[in-house]
Design a protein around this ligand. Sequence first.
Ligand code: ADE
Length: 484
Amino acid sequence: MNFHVLTLFPQMIEQTVNTSITGRAVKNEKISLQTVNIRDFADNKHMRVDDYPYGGGAGMVMQPEPVYRAYESVKSHSLAAAQGKRPRCIYLTPQGKVFNQTMAEEFALEEELIFLCGHYEGIDERVLEEIVTDYVSIGDYVLTGGELAACVMIDAISRFVPGVLNNEESSQFESMQDNLLEYPHYTRPEIWHEKQVPQVLLKGDHDKIQSWRLEQSMKRTRERRPDLLAQNRPVTVAYFSPTEGTRKAAELLAMGLTQNPRYLDLTRRKFRKQIRRFQEQELLVAAAPVYGGQLPRLEEGLFTNLRGNHTPCVLMAAYGNRHYDDTLAQMKEILTSRGFVCIGAIAPIIPHIYSEKLGAGRPNEQDREVFRRFSVLIKRRIQDAEDKGFVEVSVPGNPKPEPKAMKPVEKHFIRESCTNCQACVQKCPVNAISRETLEISPEKCMSCMRCVKVCKANAREFDASQVRQYLESNYSVPREIEYF
Ligand code: ADE
């Protein structure tokens, strides 16, 4: 991330940013800072950059030309300009949109940012119209200039730049992303001024510690910032994932959305049968694998037991590098008709169940970056909905395609190896394996490979060589994640 700051007081910025964690990040080249003194671009021998306001009144106004020239000096060698784009230029002003954590995360996705700091009564409106892309305030009070505000923003944005924070400092798992305040922290000694550290923190039960921390965060937010609590949105990830690929991709996405995801495993028959209701103030992530370009066909349907109440939902169709075809459209149809508003959709690539080559190693580092961008986009859409309501996203594909005849995959059962543990019987998502004979019913089986995956004795094999050959000769070029 390259920060450029147009200012009359470069030292103020340099001294602050080159200190502590941001200072370390500058040294380690995770961020860079370039200040530009607007006064260097004055066009008079006295180096004045301000003048009296037209129409009279108190104070002075910064003239447009020095500001414009200072901006041009940065723009001329900016990455954005090299790509024929306008660089993002943030004007710090109490009249701007109030800065928050989602905005910090969003700005951190840029490669470079230009900050414009005003002084006196402000800057001539005409130059602002030409160069500014974002008007941002750091709070409802008036500072003497934009410099402190720029430093605040640079600090908060830098925390989201990869490599700026080390593992201990990492911003990934903090509660502010859920609009919650942090839980209280304690360190040694265990008793101080006769005050004891809460017992739960001393016992090492991580599940209990996590729920205690969440409870404390909620309590604190309720007491100190009830306005924030109103924006907290519990996230549930409902997934169908016989071989874990979809679940792993959904977990990655959830990490960017919340610190406390709830999971609903629809691979399990009983969870597909229970009706689950969601409130408007929640978010559903619905994730499914793609089978032959469609949603897996299940007797009782998939996602059909979920009920929204204008609940926003994000769709994920995970596929093995061929195509997701109609899957997102089908998911949208099912969920919309059940009270959800689909506000985003993503089609990540995961390992193909019939080929070790297709989708190998996916999601990879680059995919994680796409997930990060997508989750920030979703958070932005949720925040924007406060004023405008949720906007339904369009997705490609046929919402009601004809069922496709899938070539069955040959299955082998190595009876000698079987220990009769019944894992395959219990875990088959479609109840296709006989408890007594352990035979697979060809009518019910959807060739999902779950029985192969869960068999510890390696007593089950699928022969997918024909379909594998076809897939590998036609779909080996790695695809990129698409999102909407
Ligand atoms: N300049 C003066 N006051 C400001 C504020 N509150 N936020 C951002 N920039 C400012």
